[in-house]
Design a protein around this ligand. Structure first.
Ligand SMILES: Nc1nc2c(ncn2[C@@H]2O[C@H](COP(=O)(O)OP(=O)(O)OP(=O)(O)O)[C@@H](O)[C@H]2O)c(=O)[nH]1
Ligand SMILES: [Mg+2]
Length: 364
């Protein structure tokens, strides 16, 4: 989900100059509007300015759900197969175990789900395999529920987000989609092209900036930390609601590149003591169990605040979210929410995550 609380009126005219390298694009959203209340803590605000996506566009949401369903269809049909018999017996649970493992749920989450399911079956005194399927939806939805949380902006004058992940996970595309979503809700966004090594990467982000008519700070061959620093300063000076830094893809095993990410984070904190407010990991939903390894490694290096799971429209099996959810239960800092999931390459193909909808799409 996403909530956007009213920000206070824009600060006095910025005096800080834009970095020489930036290519400002006219911004379609107004900084001055809405005139009003001071930022308020989430707990005391009844009415977010923007309703969650689910309420905003039911028709679009429906279309998205069917794409998610189609993407996860293989998992769905192999699990459905388990419930076609007439008895609830050991072989049903064994088949279900294999199907969950095949769906990338991993050993621990599979065990957890089977134990929980057996308890539910006993409690419900279920006798028909088709009932068991409904109970499995409940079990999966409950396991995934802690991953459901709203991405909130407006708590800070400028919310700074840093987006990280392995190569090709969908970081830049997701930033483009998220930017559109934020701009549609009247948030003023500035993008930082902190993937400075490849000209194509900068170009890709500036195409998204152009499409969404937002500003971008970019620097040929520059230091990613310096670009991020400039962008945060520029964003704050220009009264932006959100600054999003796109970083270059890297494997968690590339230690020097992980050090570089830590440096970007440290330098962002120098520009704004409370920032980055969000460190988002973008994970390709097709990565299987390796996705969990990525989440753990990036979390250890940077302290993640949220996840975006992409490409769930393709051949993704979906079960890895159960593995992530089980891991998140034991995480000292609490679960890492899945703010968004990606179900395609188009602008509207980024949607908020709902545990129950996901469980249903996966199993029904
Ligand atoms: N089908 C599908 N494709 C996606 C989705 N998200 C991203 N892609 C595609 O995945 C490819 C890689 O996306 P990028 O956004 O460039 O990935 P990245 O993480 O920025 O890549 P690097 O910067 O090279 O590390 C592109 O072809 C995107 O169109 C999605 O949700 N579904
Ligand atoms: Mg990229």
């Amino acid at each position: 989900m996403f909530s956007f609380f009213r920000k206070k009126a824009a600060p006095p005219a910025p005096t800080v100059e834009a970095p020489a390298e930036s290519t400002p694009v006219p911004v379609s959203v107004s900084v001055e509007a809405p005139p009003a209340p001071l930022p308020v803590p989430q707990a005391t605000v009844a009415e977010p300015v923007a309703p969650p996506v689910a309420e905003a566009a039911p028709a679009a949401r429906q279309g998205w759900l069917s794409r998610l369903k189609a993407g996860l269809a293989r998992t769905g049909s192999s699990i459905a197969q388990v419930f076609t018999g007439t008895q609830i017996d050991d072989s049903l649970y064994e088949e279900l175990e294999s199907a969950l493992l095949m769906a990338d749920a991993g050993v621990k989450a599979t065990e957890h789900l089977l134990t929980d399911l057996k308890r539910r079956v006993k409690e419900a005194k279920a006798t028909d395999p088709s009932q068991v399927k409904g109970l499995l939806v409940d079990a999966v939805a409950e396991l995934l529920a802690p991953l459901e949380a709203a991405l909130t902006i407006g708590r800070h004058p400028t919310t700074v987000m840093m987006v990280v992940g392995v190569n090709g996970a969908g970081k830049t595309t997701s930033i483009g989609k998220l930017t559109r979503y934020l701009a549609e809700h009247d948030a003023k966004v500035l993008l930082a092209a902190a993937d400075t090594f490849r000209a194509a990467a900068r170009e890709q982000l500036s195409v998204w900036a152009g499409r969404n008519q937002v500003e971008i700070v970019s620097q040929e061959g520059g230091d990613p930390a310096a670009v991020s620093f400039d962008a945060v300063n520029a964003g704050r000076a220009r009264g932006c609601d959100v600054v999003i830094a796109d970083t270059a893809g890297r494997l968690p095993t590339q230690l020097h590149l992980m050090e570089e990410l830590k440096k970007i984070k440290r330098v962002i904190t120098k520009a704004d003591a409370g920032a980055p407010h969000e460190v988002l990991l973008v994970v390709d939903g097709n990565t299987g169990q390796n996705a969990l390894a990525q989440v753990k490694a990036f979390d250890e290096a940077l302290g993640l605040t949220g996840l975006v799971v992409t490409k769930l429209d393709g051949t993704a099996k979906g079960g890895v979210l159960a593995a992530i959810a089980l891991w998140a239960r034991e995480r000292a800092a609490g679960p890492v929410p899945v703010y968004f999931i990606g179900v395609g390459e188009k602008l509207e193909d980024l949607q908020t995550f709902s545990a129950r909808e996901f469980a249903q799409a996966l199993l029904e």
